[in-house]
Write a new protein. Sequence first.
Length: 129
Amino acid sequence: MSWHEEANPMAVLDFSPRLLEQVQWIAEWQQVTADEVATRALSSYLDRLEWEKMEAEMAAFRSQLPVLLATYPDQYVAVHEGQVIDHDVDLRVLHDRVYTRMGVIPVLLQKVIAEPAPDILVRGPRLEG
C-alpha cells in the first residue's frame, strides 16, 4: 500500500489487487459498498492499535509512578510514547492544550496519585463532563 498525492489535499490509498478483490467479495456478501467494508476494517484495525498504544502508555505511567509522584503530585500528566509531554492541575486545560498540539493522536491523560484510578483517560477531540 502506498500514498499518492493528488491535486486536492486528500490522499488516495493504493491497495493490492488481491486486497481489493477481498474487499469487493465481502461487500457483495454483506450487501454493502466496498468503501463501507474498507472503512469498517480500517476503523477496527486503528481502534485496536490505539488500544495497544494506551496499554503501553499505562505501563509506562505505572513504571514511572514513583518519579511522577515526586515531580507532578496531584496533577494530570499527558503520556505519549512513554514520556510525559505535558502536565497541569486542570484536566480540561491539559486536554485542550494537548489536543491543539497533537491533534487526533491518542495520548494518555492520567492523574498522578499513589493509587491511580483504573479508568484510562484518553485525550480525544472532545472531553465530556
